[in-house]
Design a protein around this ligand. Sequence first.
Ligand code: SF4
Length: 64
Amino acid sequence: MRIIVDTDKCEGHNRCYSLAPDLIDVDDYGYASAIGDGNVPPELADAARLAVDNCPEYAISIEE
Ligand code: SF4
């Protein structure tokens, strides 16, 4: 599983970071990006789905 952040859609709400800080990093302005290559270890799969479901801009997706 891989988590992907569409930086064009991200509005910097920071929600994803608070829900999945091991998968997503944010810059000084709150804009998000996936950590590393976005690989999601099995134990973080629920956190990844939570981040997808809670992004108000639909900027996060998961590639199975
Ligand atoms: S929740 Fe969505 S819009 Fe907000 S920082 Fe994360 S990716 Fe960007």
